[in-house]
Design a protein around this ligand. Structure first.
Ligand SMILES: CC(C)(COP(=O)(O)OP(=O)(O)OC[C@H]1O[C@@H](n2cnc3c(N)ncnc32)[C@H](O)[C@@H]1OP(=O)(O)O)[C@@H](O)C(=O)NCCC(=O)NCCS
Length: 222
């Protein structure tokens, strides 16, 4: 799959965003982003040089178990690459179909404007309604409050904590693992079987349903 289909959306603050492919040359912009500690500090794996970014890009476009979108800000008809959103480790060979999501906005001028939250909702729509996944997994280092907030807002729920995942800024920090379950009846029934879903999953289901309603109204599949 690698680079995925184009999705266009407008955030609640009126910013026009495209989730769309980017070229090998454009991918080098991510290196500049990751040079900033504020951007890379809470990211598990990241590229450090043009060469490693190109290696990542070449592997990514052939990787059938991932879907990657560039996040493009569209202003006065000009498109600017500001980050990426992805589904990786897509596994559809077992009965339960799932993937791992990740995001980065490397241009800090665009932080805190609801862009990641809106892109998560579009990606969730794609994952559940175009790919038929049951579950999306994600993980956030605890100090990364903005990332956690964007995930929870789009219907992800906390599952468990991996202690001492990374040493950052002089201390060991923990990794909170999240999941977003497909709220459709068929997927919900298959996931939970005869078990009673915990309250937090029932609450998250309502948030995921709301995220999907938002996405159906605001996301255009090109
Ligand atoms: C994490 C990231 C993707 C979030 O993108 P974003 O577009 O700024 O996210 P959103 O605006 O949709 O949501 C973030 C929310 O957290 C809030 N927030 C951000 N930092 C915060 C902090 N330190 N404390 C409290 N709230 C914070 C924002 O204000 C916003 O909430 P609001 O809309 O109620 O104001 C972006 O900051 C980023 O790329 N960071 C570097 C890479 C990274 O950490 N990726 C994620 C790895 S898990």
């Amino acid at each position: 799959m690698a680079l995925s289909r184009v999705m266009k959306l407008t955030t609640d603050k009126g910013l026009n965003i495209e989730l769309a492919p980017f070229t090998r040359e454009e991918a080098v912009l991510f290196v500049k982003g990751f040079e900033q500690h504020s951007i890379s500090q809470y990211v598990a794996d990241h590229v450090e040089t043009k060469e490693t970014e190109e290696e990542w890009y070449d592997a990514m476009i052939k990787d059938k178990s991932s879907c990657v979108w560039g996040i493009w800000a569209v202003e006065s008809e000009k498109r600017k690459l500001i980050g990426s959103s992805s589904l990786t480790h897509i596994s559809t060979n077992k009965h339960i179909h799932q993937a791992v999501s990740g995001s980065i906005i490397f241009d800090k001028n665009y932080w805190g404007q609801g862009i990641a939250s809106a892109c998560h909702k579009a990606r969730t729509l794609w994952a559940f309604e175009q790919m038929g996944l049951h579950r999306i997994k994600s993980a956030v280092l605890q100090p990364n409050i903005g990332s956690r907030k964007a995930l929870e807002r789009s219907g992800y729920t906390y599952v468990y904590t991996e202690r001492n995942e990374k040493f950052v800024n002089g201390e060991l920090i923990h990794l909170d693992c999240f999941e977003c379950l497909n709220p459709a009846d068929w997927a919900w029934r298959q996931w939970w079987g005869n078990d009673r879903p915990p309250r937090r999953n029932i609450e998250a289901r309502a948030k995921t349903q709301a995220a999907l309603i938002w996405a159906r109204e605001n996301v255009e599949l090109a």
